[in-house]
Unconditional design. Structure first.
Length: 56
């Protein structure tokens, strides 16, 4: 989890990274067979922003 911000290009384009991380978390679970599935979270906008701030 420590490199999520970097993988999403956070230092090059923080706004795009925030949008990408937000979309990825909200899309879970993806339902792809054979892959681990993340649970579905119903984060409020405030909770999501706090989580992304933590990852940054």
């Amino acid at each position: 989890m420590g490199n999520v911000w970097e993988r999403y290009g956070g230092h090059k384009n923080p706004e795009a990274a925030r949008a990408g991380i937000n979309a990825w978390i909200r899309a879970q679970p993806l339902g792809i067979e054979g892959r681990r599935q993340m649970p579905s979270y119903d984060f409020s906008e405030e909770e999501m922003n706090s989580l992304i701030d933590f990852l940054e």
